[in-house]
Ligand binder design. Sequence first.
Ligand code: GLN
Ligand code: ZN
Length: 769
Amino acid sequence: MVLSSVLGFPRIGAHRELKKITEAYWAGKATIDELVKTGKDIRAHNWKLQKDAGVDIIASNDFSYYDHILDLSLLFNVIPERYKKYNLPNIDTLFAMGRGLQREATETSPAVDVPALEMVKWFDSNYHYVRPTFSHNTEFKLNGQKPVDEYLEAKELGIDTRPVLLGPVSFLFLGKDDKDSLDLSLISLLPKLLPVYAEILAKLAAAGATSVQIDEPILVLDLPEEYKTAFKTAYKFLGEKTDIPKILIASYFGDARPNIDAIKGLPVAGFHYDFVRVPEQIDDAIDALTEKQILSVGIVDGRNIWKTDLSKAIDFVESAKSKLGADRIIVATSSSLLHTPVDLKNEGKSDPTITDWFSFATQKLDEVVLIAKAVTDGKDSVADALAANKKSIDARASSHITLDRAVRSRLESVTEKDSKRKAPFPERLDAQQALNLPLFPTTTIGSFPQTKEIRVNRNKYNKGDISKEEYEKFIQKEIDEVIKFQEDIDLDVLVHGEPERNDMVQYFGEKLNGFAFTTNGWVQSYGSRYVRPPIIVGDISRPGPITVKESKYAQSITTKPVKGMLTGPVTILRWSFPRNDISAKDQSLQLALALRDEVHDLEAAGVKIIQVDEPAIREGLPLRAGKERDEYVKWAPLSFRLATSGVENDTQIHSHFCYSDLDPAHIKALDADVVSIEFSKKDDPNYIQEFADYPNHIGLGLFDIHSPRVPPQKEFENRISEILKVYPKEKLWINPDCGLKTRKWDEVKKQLTNMVNAAKVFREKYATA
Ligand code: GLN
Ligand code: ZN
């Protein structure tokens, strides 16, 4: 019999229960017991759901209150002293590391003031993890036993799970050295780290776990030699232990072939690969197995929402079975289902023709089970399900929704000239002097706090409880307040605050042709922040202006320049669920043309500064060097330039990037006049250097927008001084790391005031010098 397995399930709850309770807990409106209870309920619900669907191997420890990588740091005591010194309960240490903590002293507890650890994108997904942060003082030891507790919790419900842990080699590789330990070689920590892995694994075995899933996703990256050899060290060490569960090493999101030699012959029970992304790796994966090892065949997409072509998937697994036998293969999701929405059943109102093409996490359970059954008992045993599946796959392929000939022919007629500004940057800079900006211009990244009032009004409007006119009036009032606020604190380049946007991608998707939406398709982005990615179902075009009304209005009520705000083509593509029937490049260029028209309309409406955000540009970079990456570094900047190059020289184009390890060369290729980059948590001094020869203007983010913490003015000044050692003053903009939508007004007010005042100190200094 061929078993079915799921590498992990979304942990946010079908109705975002986790978000609601965590945010209530942070606000002091829920107790720790209530938080813990919700967590427990979600876990129980997820396990039972999978069990009832007939999944044979169900993951545990895939749950987290914030981030599962951060959980592991906490478990292994990888907690920098600045957090540890407060002796907070574990869960509060977790949140402090994840999002910073600033609170005043009370009678029972001292004041706390600590920023968050660095957070970066999880491979090429829009999930963000908190980087394990190591130092010379890191003392590995078990701090609690979360994986064991959760294993036992499931066991009590009668469900024998397979616990999942990030593996030791990936844990180190994905981490960073703390600011006081910059000479630390992370891989040198491996010998000290392995015994704690062995310890937690032994505890899992003692609790009854017979096998564990150990994720080593870095297997799909180009690895330095010392990391390749580390796999041998690590798994030989663990393989020799007789008191731990069987280990399945899991890779996902890409091609593990270049690293297969590094894991070949390791004393583990088997390997998992992502065959949705890279089906071609099947032969090498099979060849690399020793006689008894098993192959977990990741064939149901954990990263997208399209229905699996079941017949094709069955044939694929069938061919693996013919080589290895039924006992040595497992049918699996390609990765954890963390990256997909929970349940299609919650999409009450959506168009049934289109939803019939989709499969969310809950539906994917059935797919995995069905494929396993078909491979065990033959296709005939699932004939009806296969017929229904074929019908919807065929319906999508031949649907008129997918093809728009006008869009295709416009794209064909694009020329080289369309993606070039009229003049090079120095000439544009001259023309832009008309904006009359001071030295060290201050600005923000776009959004201001999305208050409860905003959400309430948006909901009312969506439900039809208030009219379009009432809603627009409300938005205008918000813009009035945001503009007034920015004038009061004396920012130089203002924004309208994005109150009308539920989300920077969804908002654009809703105004473009070619997109479908979900009402409940939430996916965790980081911590308690979830997004509802739009779904690209067909060719993309712009039926009319998207943002012009709000930007124009904002500019009409102030004499200071207002920056128009758009989300860039690559980011819209990356943060949507893309089509799988045409290339990413074509989808991106279609988006670029739609945005080009929007940029044009903004300019015509008198908006002289336009920011086109591309925070996702880095996550789109193919994980490995090679042809695909070479192509991406051409078409991604091309898309941005196609969207932004239609403007006059005196229109200033900005762009923004965050939470990723950027390559300056890729940013240069966009030829934006001004870029802002998230920076406040980068404490490696070399990082300041990285953009030193960026030819155009630049703002390195000066405070962490994920944290309620207010850095004192002096801290801003110190940071600016440091940056000025490297960057000429004429180039430098002063701004936060990213948009302020998740913050509260009183926090933003203090943060921005300190930032602006710090800028003024330098402005005066250079004016008198
Ligand atoms: N303009 C967006 C905002 O301020 C940018 C957000 C982002 O980079 N993620 O919210
Ligand atoms: Zn950002």
